[in-house]
Design a binder for this molecule. Structure first.
Ligand SMILES: [Zn+2]
Length: 197
């Protein structure tokens, strides 16, 4: 795209859930939602400001790259098949913690029953941070470590962004409570400089 308005931020990558502006200044465009006057990204990509139409968008442009063992990836759960989730992965963090766009499908497998050690659910629509634990055509994604799991989820009733509470995730709109295997920083704005522990 030859879109080079002066308002465009130079290569500012954002993740789903990142706050990128306020609706007093810009309307939400592609891959952006307005929640209580704040604009949040719904995608991995570059922030794009249209200062003529006053619209903020997040532009995605996927690279063809193969994920490697141990890399952290970010994606959205698109399907649940008897406890295994299919994740559309949109970004990975390299060893230095820099984010890169990527586009592949990975699988989260529910760990098989060792007693009552059952992982809280991950649901369709959730955004997750995961680690590549097996390479292949459909890489397997691990989410068990404390820094891994759901980083953004919407209420099953009303699609409002769920917030962390003492007993799980709570919908600030309809008070619905939900459980997820969350990452420990669920709900905190993410900075693209994390290391996978
Ligand atoms: Zn709700």
């Amino acid at each position: 795209m030859l879109n080079k308005e002066p308002g465009n931020l130079p290569d500012k990558y954002v993740l789903p859930g990142d706050e990128i502006g306020i609706s007093e200044e810009y309307l939400p465009g592609r891959n952006v939602i307005d929640l209580d006057g704040k604009l949040f990204s719904l995608a991995y990509g570059k922030v794009q400001k249209d200062d003529v139409r006053l619209v903020m968008s997040v532009r995605t442009g996927k690279e063809k790259m193969r994920p490697r063992m141990g890399e952290l990836v970010f994606g959205q759960v698109v399907k649940d098949d008897r406890g295994s989730q299919t994740v559309r992965v949109g970004a990975y963090a390299d060893r230095e913690g820099h984010l890169h766009e990527i586009d592949f499908t990975g699988i989260i497998r529910q760990p098989r029953g060792h007693g009552e050690e059952r992982m809280p659910p991950i649901k369709v629509g959730d955004y997750v941070r995961a680690k590549i634990i097996r390479e292949g055509d459909f890489p397997e994604l691990g989410v068990l470590a404390p820094n891994l799991g759901v980083i953004m989820a919407l209420c099953s009733n009303c699609r409002t962004l769920l917030v962390k509470s003492s007993s799980g995730l709570k919908c600030p709109n309809c008070d619905n409570m939900e459980q997820r295997k969350t990452a420990k920083d669920y709900g905190i704005v993410l900075l693209p400089n994390e290391k996978g522990e």
